[in-house]
Ligand binder design. Sequence first.
Ligand code: SAM
Length: 245
Amino acid sequence: MRLDIVTIFPEYFAPLDVSLLGKARRRGDVDMHVHDLRDWAHDRHRTVDDTPYGGGPGMVMKPEPWGEALDTVVPPPSRARLVVPTPSGRPFTQELATEYAAEPWLVFACGRYEGIDARVIEDARERMPVDEVSIGDYVLAGGEVAVLVIVEAVTRLLPGVLGNAESVSDDSFAPGRMEALLEGPVYTKPATWRGRDVPEVLMSGNHAAIARWRRDQALGRTAERRPELIARNRLDEADRRALTE
Ligand code: SAM
């Protein structure tokens, strides 16, 4: 997979060299490039923002540097999937992360100030798919942290990036049986710590009982913390019993 990130703060992306992502990058599983938007600003001060038409506080990112940047990073007629983080975008979910993980090429455009001149997105949409994506109902100072969130969620799904591939399918929101469920509690050694015991079933070696216990915990936790998700699950008799107990 190829990833390109356009930003006025390339230094925000140093964490891409750390941990699993750093390893994936060094192995060549992910080909990542970070570009400084100011390389496409041609005045002495390398200006990328200007005052908003219609007035109001704050500044807006100018279209010219963005247009040139996107034409250089994705030269026509090539097509990447362009992801533009914005609080007014579609919510970023595990489902969208899974969809992105199957893409050969993603390009991210990090906004700052009051955002990017709307014509940049209209123009890009004429030659490639563009997604405006929100990572939550709050406002960050810029798109960089949102892009880090999206890139981490996507790249951990790529084949070979996680040591144990199984952990992906057991995660909260994983496609399949966990799609609309939160994972339950997890434990490791020692079996007793500060007077608190690990649930006995987890040490029983009975795989069917462990699977049932985990499912019940996931259902119970979801019903308590995110009740609106429960209706999206296909529940069998045992599931319904777990929810009413
Ligand atoms: N004026 C914009 C609004 O009210 O929707 C907020 C602009 S915000 C200060 C600057 C940049 O941060 C945005 O262009 C976007 O790139 C990024 N950003 C802020 N919150 C975000 C969120 N919840 N999800 C994704 N990106 C976000």
